[in-house]
Design a protein around this ligand. Structure first.
Ligand code: SF4
Length: 219
């Protein structure tokens, strides 16, 4: 599998889930390399290229040596390696709780649907600067029908709401979080995002890793 490289090592670390419905939960993070989008504000550009290759059995051993049974597979876009990821997950005990962070452009295969406990889908709005076809409504509709999916949107302000609303996703599954690269910009924007959440009756998601560790990578 292709793993993101950080400080000359595969990016795999123990931390707290920073975003979404499980924010604050201790977890092991595995960042897979490669992405099919190029968001202007991406905070993981190092994952786009220069991966480290490891076979699933080696990776499974590393994950099993970590202290958490919650594993967050992130990227990049993890579903670019869906088959290899499915192989990896067969090597983990069934009481390991697997969350996958995805940009919502690729449908997961059945084997992953059966094993993954939670899908954290983060469609990229026009504020990310991708081509207009980076939002694939049929894929999002499929994710929305799953009982274990959530939708996280990175927002820059109230103007983003119309882009979210036109996706017709279930409001109870939507979380908004500030578009921020550092603690200062996060603190400036989160009250504005909170007001958007109140206006449209959706959840606010923190980005705890920014609040706690500012711009530090690998946490
Ligand atoms: S989808 Fe995620 S990893 Fe890919 S470019 Fe956008 S923010 Fe970065």
């Amino acid at each position: 599998m292709r793993i993101a490289r950080l400080n000359h090592a595969p990016e795999l670390f123990f931390s707290l889930q920073g975003e979404g419905i499980n924010a604050g939960a201790p977890a092991t993070f595995l960042r897979l390399a490669g992405c099919n989008l190029h968001c202007a504000w991406c905070d993981s550009k190092h994952a786009w290229t220069n991966p480290i290759s490891l076979p699933p059995c080696d990776l499974a051993k590393r994950l099993l040596s970590m202290p958490a049974k919650r594993i967050i597979i992130t990227g990049g876009e993890p579903l670019l390696q869906a088959d290899e990821l499915a192989d990896l997950l067969t090597l983990l005990p069934s009481d390991y709780m697997i969350e996958v962070e995805t940009n919502g452009t690729i449908l997961p295969p059945q084997q992953l649907l059966a094993r993954v406990a939670q899908w954290n889908v983060s469609p990229k709005l026009p504020n990310a600067g991708n081509a207009p076809d980076s939002i694939l409504t049929p894929v999002l509709t499929t994710f929305a029908a799953l009982p274990n999916s959530w939708f996280k949107f990175v927002v820059t302000g109230e103007n983003d709401w119309s882009d979210i609303a036109q996706l017709n996703l279930p409001p109870e599954k939507i979380l908004l979080m500030p578009c921020a690269a550092d603690r200062d910009s996060y603190r400036r924007l989160i009250p504005i995002v909170a007001d958007i959440c109140l206006a449209h009756h959706v959840r606010l998601s923190p980005r705890l890793h920014i609040e706690l560790w500012d711009t530090r990578p690998g946490v």
